[in-house]
Design a binder for this molecule. Sequence first.
Ligand code: AMP
Length: 195
Amino acid sequence: MSFKPKSLCVFCGSRNGHDPDYVLEAKKLARRMAEEGIEFVYGGGSVGIMGVLAQEVLAHDGRVTGIIPDFLQKLEVGHHGLTELIVTDSMHERKRTMFERSDGFIVLPGGLGTLDETFEIMTWKQLRLHDKPIIVLDCKDYWQPFEQLVNATITGGFAHEGVKDLYKLVKNADAVFDSFNHIPAVKEEVLTSHL
Ligand code: AMP
């Protein structure tokens, strides 16, 4: 199924990580989004890979929407040069708004917050609450433990093998855009096979 997103939400770290290639790949993704005219939706901070992405999209005349809860504005140093900054009352409202404003989700290297956001959006897809693509950018194999964890839920008998269709793992920023032509449909059995 071919897919042309108008907006993409990126889940990623509020730190840069140790390997400088994480930042380099994030910049490539940002440039590509700006070039393709895809709005970049994210958590609104100016720190870590989040901030790098926002800066790079803006530097290439792209559109950036940040969505940040009031209490995190100071901590994550809310970015003030964005095209649009939406301030929410809670984390839950932030995550719901990020979901509503985006046609798909990209996961870059990140920490626990990134994992939380990624698993939530995957479980919403498993529950058939949406059918938006979720692309995990496995830069320098960073997300191999994530892949192993998902595999363990299948071999342990806690997930249908079709959960592998909930997301697509790719190795670099260009592959993110190629993958939009090969998004698998999620089988109904993923939700219902054990009910
Ligand atoms: P991290 O990957 O931990 O650097 O966090 C990346 C993003 O996830 C940041 O915007 C955090 O505000 C957000 N975040 C952190 N903790 C949580 C959480 N418990 N639930 C949802 N988002 C979170």
